[in-house]
Ligand binder design. Structure first.
Ligand code: NAI
Ligand code: MG
Length: 358
């Protein structure tokens, strides 16, 4: 079998970033043992660590490593040490925003699950959470109201939302492609009863859907979707959202899933390149103690295998190994407060489960 070789830029960053990244690397090494895949992983400074080590949050060497790589595996950046700096020098704004811009990462993916073994992590009533949830939020990330013309007078202010057909169709394609690898349903979120951009959104999404006859398409108003997510989240597969609606619903999904430590994310540009990172931050309150949950970082690596490298079997192997550890109770304290397992124990167990399944 032909061996695929992928270059991955490893940007661990601050706080728990390096701790959870070490476990994701461990898991990728286990994947190499089982599949015909090789990773060339190179580390570079990012965020606060880069401010301390190289004088700026995104040094040129780091950017050029990213440009030479097939994907970026990102930890998290920021912490109390750097909060006094000017806004565009802050670790988060000074590194993630320019990376999104440089690589045109217009698509943000946030999967959220209620794992049956830990349905009680969800704040939803057990009557609902016991039915489970497995959704993927596909959010447009570089257009819409956050980037439109805005202004402020004495007594008024305004923000505008513009979407082009091209912007809508490229994000819609990602949603349908993702649905083909999942449960073949796309729910497109809009407010087409009041917004012109939503009417165009609906038209374009309906047009794109014709190329995916195997995928069921439904349209839903944002207000109804916010309600349906807490009433019966199991009805959804892929949620396709503009920038604003996706911002809100992805946080709602994270809250329903229960723990920040379990949630990965992907930011893509449609050419296969992507940045993969946990949904949470650098967790300075628990950094350095070896107790951070590495699963969000490990599942981010699985998303990288799926969306940048097309290695579905390897992605599924990681996800199944994670599921197995959850079922066996090999979890950190954010999941089970009296747990005796730490960050490295969970990484070891996931890596071992991948090797054992071979
Ligand atoms: P946070 O996500 O770092 O922490 C919120 C809470 O969740 C904390 O109690 C933390 O201990 C817990 N938590 C998060 N991830 C966890 C994990 N893997 N395992 C166990 N517990 C976990 O958000 P917060 O406190 O608002 O921000 C802390 C720093 O992180 C700030 O400097 C912020 O700017 C930065 N940040 C960076 C992000 C990024 O790099 N993309 C995203 C969000 C925040
Ligand atoms: Mg948000």
């Amino acid at each position: 079998m032909k061996q695929s070789n992928y270059k991955v830029a490893i940007l661990s960053g601050d706080g728990i970033g390096p701790e959870v990244m070490a476990e994701a690397i461990k898991v990728l090494r286990a994947v190499e043992q089982r599949f015909a895949i090789k990773f060339t992983m190179q580390e570079a400074l990012i965020g606060g660590a880069a401010i301390d080590g190289a004088g700026q949050p995104l040094p040129p060497q780091t950017l050029s490593l990213c440009q030479q790589s097939d994907a970026i595996l990102f930890g998290s950046v920021g912490g109390p040490k750097w909060t006094g700096l000017a806004p565009d020098q802050q670790p988060e704004r000074g590194s993630l925003l320019p990376l999104r811009k440089t690589f045109d990462l217009f698509c943000n993916l946030r999967p959220g699950q209620i794992y049956p073994a830990f349905a009680e992590l969800s704040p939803l009533h057990p009557r609902v959470s016991s039915l489970g949830m497995d959704v993927l939020c596909v959010r447009e990330l570089t257009g819409g109201i956050y980037f439109g013309e805005k202004g402020r007078g004495d007594d008024s202010a305004f923000d505008t939302q513009t979407y082009s057909k091209a912007e809508i169709s490229r994000i819609a394609k990602v949603a349908f492609e993702a649905a083909m690898k999942r449960n073949r349903k796309v729910t497109s979120i809009d407010k087409a009863n009041v917004l012109q951009t939503s009417i165009l959104w609906r038209e374009v999404v309906t047009e794109i859907a014709k190329d995916y006859p195997e995928v069921e398409l439904e349209h839903m108003y944002i207000d109804n979707a916010a309600m349906q997510l807490i009433r019966s989240p199991q009805q959804f597969d892929v949620l396709l959202c503009d920038n604003l609606f996706g911002d809100i619903l992805s946080d709602e999904i994270a809250a329903i899933a229960g723990s920040l430590g379990l949630l990965p994310s992907a930011s893509l540009n449609g050419s296969g390149f992507g940045l993969y990172e946990p949904a949470g931050g650098s967790a300075p309150d628990i950094a350095g103690q070896g107790i951070a949950n590495p699963i969000a970082q490990i599942l981010s690596a699985a998303l990288m295998l799926r969306y940048s490298f097309g290695q579905e079997a390897a992605a599924v192997a990681i996800e199944q190994a994670v599921q197995q550890c959850l079922e066996q109770g090999i979890v950190t304290r954010d999941i089970q407060p009296d747990s005796r397992y730490g960050t490295a124990d969970v990484g070891d167990a996931v890596a071992a489960a991948i090797a054992a399944a071979a």
